[in-house]
Each structure stands twice: as structure tokens, then as C-alpha cells.
Design a binder for this molecule. Structure first.
Ligand code: THG
Length: 373
């Protein structure tokens, strides 16, 4: 059933370019996806070459597509707490929280990083869904004193084990003391920029919130000039590394069909305390018995699997007991690493099952946890 061929993506101004697109292309990007209606690089040299370099050096990632939704005004804290079952009473200015966002049924709408910028100003740094309409609708419908906008802010990530060394050269050694998921304004090339210790890999690093489209190339160039002796290269979120690390991709690994508990995000829910949260009743009901399926890391045997462009069925004794949503060959673990939603009777570590890949059935095993933590 080889129905898919690799065709280039059609581009137009509807698919937004970023402040860094020119530099990304000069750096030899070889693949894109579209995320929040914006270009997101997926490959530079090759998926595997990019992977090894990310784990050993430092990369600059154009993740402008992680758009910010800004909420300001006297009712902003109220509105923001309506949107997530995570208890935000402990969210201080200068902290980031990873927050599942749910609808009235407890279905996931997005899984952004939330930054508290000021007492009455928040940024949701969103994954791939048109979340702004949901928030605008709630704010308008409830007559809240809150403004909901998408500001001109484009995150540029610095990821990899040499990230601290690179950033210290530009903004000074005190960035080494910035805690995980903390942000502060730093003087970068004589401009104040918000920089957080965060990013969509487990290799360490930062995200620079570039707050003016026209500053993009200058900031990019400063990073490359300072990083020459650190072997800095252009990179992007790496499929292999993020599956190994168990970092979820909204729209692939979980959708509006799934709750945060199914998505393995229970530790980011304080549903009992989050009394303003839309969907709270549905989530409380689910907690009584627990989810009937949940995301798991899997190891799939055999040679490299093809890209996972549709959900692959997971079977046990010829009965469908789940679906794989992401998979890739891991050079470091010498197996195919994967993520999938698995029914509760079969989700225990070391359970063996069969995955229906486009290349035919393969044996697979449920992992106790992600490959790297
Ligand atoms: N950074 C920023 N915005 C983003 C992403 C990002 N928006 C889109 C997408 N990524 C949102 N999804 C995630 C998924 C995982 C994490 C962050 C955003 C993440 N998780 C860590 C983990 O699961 O171990 C840490 C969570 C925690 O301890 O709070 O980092 O990458 N700006």
C-alpha cells in the first residue's frame, strides 16, 4: 500500500516565513514542515547527521513557529487559569510552566509553554493548533478585561551540550546560573531580550524570544560569529532525539481526541485545585478510574522503519490494542524508537506486541520510560 511519494511542499505567503528564513536557507535547509501556518525546518544535513551534531555540539534552531499568544489586562490571570488544569498559583514572574490545555470535554487543545511576563501579562508559547480563536472566544463571551493577541515574537533556540558556552560568550557568564524553565532579560548585542533555559530537546539549551522581526538576522549572525570555535550549526527539532526523549508532538502523538492523562501529562495537572478550569468535571471523572489508554515509548525491532505518516496499528494476538504515532531509527540505541497510545491492559513495560508498519508487521516492546531522560 505504497500510496505516498515524497513531493515538495507548495509555498506561498499564506505559509509564513520567519525572521530567520533567509539565514536558514543560506545554511542549507533540506526539509520543512508547516507549523502554526509558518515554516519549520525539519532537516539540514540529514536526520542522523543533525542528530549526532545536536548531541555533541550546539545548534541554532528557527522555532519562530512556536508562536506566542499574549494575554494582558486585569482579567488575564483569571482567563489563563480557565485554560489549563495545572495550578498556576505557583507560577511566578520569570518562570515557565508546561501546561496542557483542554476543552469542555477534557480533550487536549494544545500543550504550550506558559511564561508569566508580568502580573497581568502572559505568553502561551504554543504548539500546532489555532488556539487563539478559543481564547478570544472565551474572553469575548465572558466579557473579560483581557486582550488576546499574537505579538511579533519569534523564539530562536540554542540547543546542545555547548549551549551554555556559546551563550556565555554573548551575554556573560551569569546565564550559566539560569535555572531550568526560568527566564530573564539579558543584554544581547546591546538589546534587552527575554532568554529562557528551555527547548524541545533533552540536550540542554536556551530559547531567545526575538521581539522584532527585523532583528532576526543580526541575532542569528551574532550567534554564528561567537560559535565558530564551538562548531555551531543550523539545526531544528530532531525527530529521533525527541522520540528518544519522550517529547510529545501535539497533532501527532496526541490530539483533541486525547486527554492530558492519556497523553502522559498527569504530572502537569492539579485538576482538584484548578477550580476555574474549563473541562474540570470531565477530567475529575476520568481520574476516578484512570485513562483507558496512554502514551508509551516503544522499541520496534528490525531495520529502519519508514516515516510514520499515518498511525500504525499495534496488535496483540491479532487484536488492535493501540496505535503508533511517531517512529524513527535511533543510531545510539540501535533500534527503532517510537511513541504510541496503548490500551491499559497492554501498556506495562516489556509487553511485546506487533506493529503494522508500511513495510509489514514488526515485533515491538513497551519501554518502562523514554530512552533518555
Ligand atoms: N518551547 C517553546 N514553545 C514550544 C515548545 C518549546 N511550543 C511548542 C512545543 N514546544 C510545545 N511542547 C512542548 C513539549 C515539551 C516541552 C516543552 C514544550 C518540555 N518538556 C519537558 C519534559 O517533558 O521533560 C519539561 C517539562 C517541565 O518539567 O515542566 O520542555 O519547546 N518556547
Amino acid at each position: 500500500m505504497a500510496v505516498f511519494t515524497s513531493t515538495p511542499l507548495g509555498l506561498s505567503s499564506r505559509v509564513r516565513s520567519t525572521p530567520f528564513t533567509r539565514r536558514v536557507e543560506q545554511s542549507g535547509v533540506s526539509g520543512y514542515t508547516v507549523y502554526n501556518h509558518m515554516l519549520l525546518p525539519t532537516v539540514f544535513e540529514s536526520m542522523e547527521a543533525d542528530y549526532h551534531h545536536l548531541k555533541n555540539a550546539v545548534q541554532i534552531w528557527d522555532v519562530s513557529c512556536e508562536r506566542q499568544i499574549e494575554i494582558t489586562g486585569p482579567d488575564s490571570s483569571w482567563l489563563v487559569q480557565m485554560l489549563t488544569p495545572r495550578d498556576l498559583s505557583k507560577l511566578e514572574i520569570g518562570k515557565c510552566f508546561y501546561v496542557p490545555m483542554v476543552d469542555e470535554n477534557g480533550g487536549m487543545l494544545n500543550d504550550p509553554v506558559l511564561l508569566k511576563i508580568a502580573e497581568d501579562k502572559y505568553w502561551f508559547s504554543i504548539s500546532d493548533s489555532d488556539l487563539i480563536y478559543w481564547i478570544k472566544g472565551l474572553a469575548w463571551g465572558l466579557n473579560l478585561k483581557a486582550k488576546v493577541t499574537e505579538p511579533d515574537v519569534s523564539p530562536l533556540a540554542v540547543q546542545g551540550p555547548r549551549s551554555d558556552d556559546l551563550m556565555a560568550k554573548i551575554v556573560g557568564d551569569n546565564i550559566r546560573d539560569l535555572g531550568f524553565f526560568r527566564f530573564k532579560k539579558f543584554n544581547f548585542n546591546s538589546q534587552e531580550l527575554i532568554i529562557a533555559r528551555s527547548g524541545y530537546s533533552k540536550q540542554g539549551g536556551f530559547e531567545i524570544y526575538v521581539d522584532d522581526f527585523s532583528k532576526g538576522e543580526e541575532i542569528w549572525d551574532t550567534l554564528f560569529d561567537a560559535g565558530q570555535d564551538l562548531d555551531v550549526r543550523a539545526g531544528c527539532p530532531n525527530l529521533i532525539e525527541r522520540i528518544e526523549s519522550g517529547l510529545l508532538s501535539f497533532g501527532s502523538d496526541m490530539t483533541n481526541e486525547n486527554t492530558p492523562h492519556e497523553s502522559g501529562l498527569s504530572k502537569f495537572c492539579d485538576t482538584r485545585n484548578a477550580i476555574k478550569c474549563v473541562g474540570r468535571d470531565a477530567l475529575l471523572k476520568e481520574i476516578e478510574n484512570g485513562p483507558w489508554r496512554q502514551i508509551r515509548s516503544l522499541s520496534i525491532s528490525g531495520p529502519a522503519v519508514p516515516p510514520c505518516r499515518t498511525m500504525w496499528e499495534a496488535r496483540k494476538d491479532n487484536v488492535v490494542i493501540g496505535r503508533v504515532s511517531s517512529a524513527a531509527w535511533s543510531p545510539d540505541f540501535q533500534t527503532n524508537v517510537a511513541l504510541g497510545m496503548i490500551h491499559r491492559e497492554h501498556w506495562h513495560p516489556n509487553t511485546s506486541l506487533i506493529i503494522e508498519t508500511p513495510d509489514g508487521p514488526r515485533e515491538a516492546r513497551i519501554m518502562p520510560e523514554p530512552f533518555v531522560r
